[in-house]
Design a protein. Structure first.
Ligand code: NAD
Length: 253
């Protein structure tokens, strides 16, 4: 899909990958850009890209869906929706039920709340594009972050299901699955040991990831992998699940 002259919405746009997507997409002559985040600092970001801003918690079904309907009414359509907002939770069995629920609500349900508004809208207009920012953790797991890894796997399953169910209605879906990206989320992970295997694949800039994402959307690729090595790792996992579990055990903190 070409981004020119499209009405675009990006969630989690105040920082990191969402901010970089907004910057990169604003260079592609879109018709409109609407940015969503829970943080009020979004307003300044939106001003710099001549975009509209909406402060809302994407895990609040009613408020989020109301904003999406308002955006459709204002701009006439949503052509490309980037469902990017996410949270990261570390921990294993000690993760509280409340924290599990928070991860579930932001990392999974927010995409579903959006899809419930956007799929019927896109079906009616005969076209549309959903980009879900998932993570390589949704394909390859993430030791030490059980709620994050589990909810990102659910988000991946959801992206696949939407692509399968609504592809024939002219709706395209992409799942963006990077490994480490240099954002506040990564900084909140604390110091990663220098010899950690993930570091050898590189910490990508959010700008690089945004650029790869545009390329993926232009080519209408379902799986967008800014770290090219991830493809090889998924193939290895599918080839021999037991050996893959043994290898990932080595990464456990
Ligand atoms: N940084 C990484 O290494 C990395 C790797 C793979 C995937 N991801 C994914 O990329 C996406 C963006 O993460 P990032 O690295 O840019 O992180 P970030 O923390 O820099 O940005 C996330 C943004 O989402 C917003 N947000 C969080 N919860 C929200 C809510 N309930 N409602 C509205 N906005 C909310 C935050 O305010 C923030 O602006 C996430 O889905 C994350 O899981 C990140």
């Amino acid at each position: 899909m070409n981004i020119q002259n499209k009405n675009i919405v990006i969630t989690g746009a105040a920082n990191g990958i969402g901010h970089a997507l907004a910057k990169r997409m604003s260079e592609e002559s879109p018709k409109s850009i609407s940015l969503i985040d829970i943080k009020s600092s979004l307003k300044e970001v939106a001003r710099s890209f001549n975009a509209d801003s909406y402060i809302v918690d994407v895990s609040n079904e009613h408020n989020f869906q109301t904003i999406l309907k308002d955006i459709i009414n204002k701009n006439g359509s949503i052509d490309l929706f980037c469902s990017n907002a996410g949270i990261q939770q570390f921990g294993t069995l000690e993760t509280s039920t409340l924290d599990w629920q928070k991860n579930w609500d932001v990392n999974v349900m927010s995409h579903i709340y959006a899809a419930k508004v956007l799929i019927p809208h896109m079906k009616k207009q005969g076209s549309g594009y959903l980009l879900l920012t998932v993570s390589a953790a949704g394909l390859l797991n993430m030791p030490g972050a059980i709620a994050y890894a589990t909810t990102k796997h659910a988000a991946m399953g959801l992206a696949e299901n939407l692509a399968i169910m609504f592809g024939n209605d002219g709706i395209k879906v992409s799942a963006l699955c990077p490994q480490l990206v240099d954002t506040d989320m990564l900084k909140s992970s604390g110091d990663i040991p220098e010899d950690h295997p993930l570091l050898k694949d590189g910490v990508l800039s959010a700008d690089f990831v945004a650029n790869e994402t545009i390329k993926g959307i232009n080519a209408e690729k379902f799986l967008i992998l800014p770290h090219k090595q991830v493809k090889k790792y998924i193939q290895g996992k599918a080839f021999d699940y037991d050996s893959w579990i043994e290898a990932v055990k080595e990464l456990a903190p």
